[in-house]
Structure formats: structure tokens, C-alpha cells
Design a binder for this molecule. Structure first.
Ligand code: HEC
Length: 120
């Protein structure tokens, strides 16, 4: 039991220590932020994409996924996860998987992907 609580405490410290919350003004003023908020990405990824218990941080996602890959992933994360070892390997890390967003209008999806690439 004690080991269990120590593990939880260590994990909480790790999350707190790695969570960067302040977003640059240039990123937070982008129009894609509105798309991020209106689709409730914030519910799992945090108000500034900092991540948390429900989902990973998106703050350096531009280093991992191109804009084209992001657009494809957001439309159908399950299909993407089947062919991408890194994302497929996240299964079980969080309480839910990433939901798909097939209904975001193409223009909004472009804005959203620009916003995601500006997060750092
Ligand atoms: C219900 C919670 C939830 C919501 C809502 C959600 N996500 Fe996710 N997201 C996740 C989880 C969990 C993962 C990790 C992959 C997995 O396990 O499926 C993830 C992964 C991602 C990734 C890949 C990160 C990486 O390191 O490659 C991106 C990009 C992403 N989400 C963007 C978004 C955007 C943009 C929205 C809103 C349109 C959104 N997410 C809404 C839970 C969520």
C-alpha cells in the first residue's frame, strides 16, 4: 500500500514538474485557438494544450507530426494509430483514447492545425 502511494506521489510530481502552462501571446492569439476550445480539446489536453491525466501535452507536437499528419490524425485517430507505432503504443496510458473529429469544417481544421504547430 505504501509503495502504491509513493508511486502515485512520484507520478504527480513528475506531471507537475513537466507541465508547462504559459503559452506565448503569438500562439494564444491565433484563430485556431477558438477551434481548439469549441471542440473541447481543452477538456482532455488542458486550456493551453499542456496535457494532464486525461491526455498528453500538445506543446511540442510539431516536432512529432507534420501538419498533414495532424489533419489526418484528427479526422480518424484509430486508423492513424493502427499504422503509427508511437501513437498506437499510447493505448492504455490514458483513461480514454483520442476521439475522432470528422465533422470539423476543412477551413477550421487548417486553422486548428496551424494553432497546434504554434504550441511550444
Ligand atoms: C476525451 C479526451 C480527448 C479529447 C476531447 C481530445 N483528445 Fe487528443 N488525445 C487524447 C488521448 C488520450 C491521446 C493519446 C493517444 C491515445 O491514447 O489515443 C490524444 C492524442 C492527441 C494527439 C497526438 C499527440 C502526440 O503526441 O502525437 C493530438 C495531436 C491530439 N490528441 C489533439 C487533439 C485535438 C486537436 C483535440 C480537439 C479537436 C483533441 N485532441 C481532443 C484525448 C483527447
Amino acid at each position: 500500500m505504501r509503495a502504491f502511494f509513493c508511486t502515485i506521489f512520484a507520478a504527480a510530481l513528475l506531471v507537475a514538474g513537466c507541465t508547462k502552462t504559459k503559452l506565448s501571446d503569438s500562439a494564444s492569439s491565433l484563430p485556431g485557438r477558438r477551434v481548439f476550445e469549441s471542440n473541447n480539446c481543452t477538456r482532455c489536453h488542458g486550456s493551453d494544450g499542456e496535457g494532464g491525466m486525461a491526455a498528453p501535452s500538445l506543446r511540442d507536437v510539431s516536432a512529432r507530426l507534420t501538419k498533414a499528419q495532424l489533419a489526418e490524425y484528427l479526422r480518424d485517430p484509430d486508423a492513424f494509430a493502427r499504422k503509427d507505432e508511437r501513437i498506437g503504443g499510447m493505448a492504455g496510458t490514458y483513461p480514454t483514447r483520442m476521439p475522432g473529429f470528422p465533422n470539423i469544417a476543412p477551413a477550421d481544421l487548417d486553422l486548428l492545425v496551424d494553432y497546434l504547430h504554434a504550441l511550444n
